[in-house]
Design a binder for this molecule. Structure first.
Ligand code: HEC
Length: 186
């Protein structure tokens, strides 16, 4: 604003001199001319000033957007399971316990083949998903269906939200072992 006031003052001075030289005989029109020219100049400066600050604001917005890095998807899903150590060979007790959980809580919607029932068939599920993802999804389906990109894409395919199964972490680990067995691991 200080800069604008300074410019307006300069314009006024110039304008005063101009008026004295060229319109001394037209004193009647003096006030009218002065008002019209001053109004145009002030309006022009105002528009110029607004335009300037606008583009500055746009630059600020752009720079804050680029400073925020997007969260990288590690494909492990969302939930309490961060790291799963797989054992070789398979633990057959766990496979057996996993099968029991499957028969009780999962078989209504999941086949052991590739065939889709309500949810996808489990054949090759351990090849297309990380073990952490499978266990997080088995224990935390609701949250993942709203936030995890892979789960959200599955939901678009199946159109049914898998309800939380209230599995313990141990149960979901046993089911994972059963899935590995179903996929031919020894
Ligand atoms: C009421 C039906 C239903 C039951 C019961 C169910 N699921 Fe699901 N499941 C789904 C659906 C539907 C999907 C696909 C995602 C979606 O649309 O929610 C899915 C997806 C999955 C996936 C991902 C499959 C893939 O191809 O990536 C896993 C893993 C899974 N379920 C595990 C389980 C486990 C473990 C149980 C049992 C403890 C279980 N589900 C019980 C309906 C069910």
């Amino acid at each position: 604003m200080i800069r604008i006031n300074y410019l307006v003052d300069k314009v006024h001075l110039y304008h005063e001199r101009y008026i004295k030289t060229f319109t001394s005989e037209l004193n009647l029109n003096h006030m009218k001319n002065k008002m019209i020219i001053s109004t145009c100049l002030v309006l022009g400066l105002f528009v110029w000033a607004c335009g300037g600050s606008d583009s500055e604001q746009q630059q600020n917005v752009a720079s804050t957007e680029t400073e925020e890095p997007a969260r990288k998807d590690d494909k492990k899903g969302i939930g309490s399971i961060k790291n799963v150590e797989l054992t070789h060979p398979l633990n057959q007790t766990m496979v057996g316990d996993g099968e029991k959980v499957y028969n009780l809580k999962c078989s209504a919607c999941h086949r052991l083949t590739k065939e889709k029932l309500v949810g996808p068939g489990w054949k090759e599920v351990t090849h297309r998903r990380k073990p952490e993802w499978i266990m997080n999804f088995s224990t935390n389906a609701e949250e993942m269906l709203s936030k995890d990109a892979t789960a959200m894409a599955l939901l678009e395919e199946c159109l049914v939200r898998m309800p939380n199964q209230n599995l313990t972490e141990a149960d979901s680990r046993n089911v994972l072992e059963f899935m590995r067995s179903n996929d031919g691991e020894k």
